[in-house]
Ligand binder design. Sequence first.
Ligand code: PHE
Length: 347
Amino acid sequence: MEQSLKNLEQEALKAIKNCATVEALREVELEYFGRKDGKLTNVMRSLKDLPAADKPKMGTLANTVKIALEKALAAKFQTFENAKLEKELSNDFFDTTIPGKARYVGHIHPVTQVQEEVERIFSQMGFAVMDGPEIESEYYNFEGLNIPADHPARDMQDTFFIQEKNDTKHGRMVLRTHTSPVQIRTMEKYGAPLRIIVPGRVFRYEATDASHDSTFNQVEGLLIDKNISLSHLKGVMAEFLTRLFGKPVKVRFRPGYFPFVEPGVELDFSCLLCGGKGCRVCKQSGWVEFMGAGMVHENVLKAGGIDSKKYQGWAFGFGLTRLVMMRYGIDDIRLLTGGELRFLKQF
Ligand code: PHE
């Protein structure tokens, strides 16, 4: 038996070595290791019939043969594997200069981009960035801002009421028509002094066209402290616009009316396109209308719980959406809320 095992090993090693294909190698594997009738399998199986004295020696030998054959098989399989890989590598020409397939990953909306810039500039000037609810009470949106129910200023903001009755002080609920309600909310919460901006979405009942939409974005500003005047506002806004546009910008006031400020002003900035000489963009005036502002009305300070004998301040509100349109030369406001990717991908 010892001799026949050795012969079997030699014979098998030779067969393995001579295999030219994986298929042939698999055949050889089956011939020796096949469960049913493999040559080595049969030998292993017959061990139990040997006389007890021969068992250990023959068992060890059979095992050595088995391990040697398994090793030889694995090594041969590996040579086929390697050959296959090498062939693949040499056959497939891989052009490393082909541009990759870029995946579209999305980006920040142009309105948000400009909003973040506005926040950064005002933060640098010591303003905190505040937030308020988009569904507001009539009280915060109107009464608290010195716009009583019968005030004609309400006609301009005939708007989206979403609930018929609320409590008597706060009235009905409304989609806020401006960011000004956050003035009162912040005064109530933090008191004076204050230095805040409030970027946010506002809603109006509008017949939509290229320059009007039912949803747009504003930025509110509020500064309350001692000995504050409109000259501080002028300085802050000139600085803000200069930093935003990256070149010197001048501002001017014109008289304006808003119930929640007294006196009220409109602020214009010098036209960036013509430098003030007059062009199509500024309608030959050299100035671009930018925002409403004014000294916070005594009644508004009172609503916010601030002592108007000790503190005063100014507030402003500008259209962030309009600023974005000016900055990128967008001529239709509806594009900004339309969700059209061909438009948005440009920014
Ligand atoms: N809330 C005003 C508007 O929406 C703008 C404004 C804010 C005016 C603060 C004066 C002071 O038109």
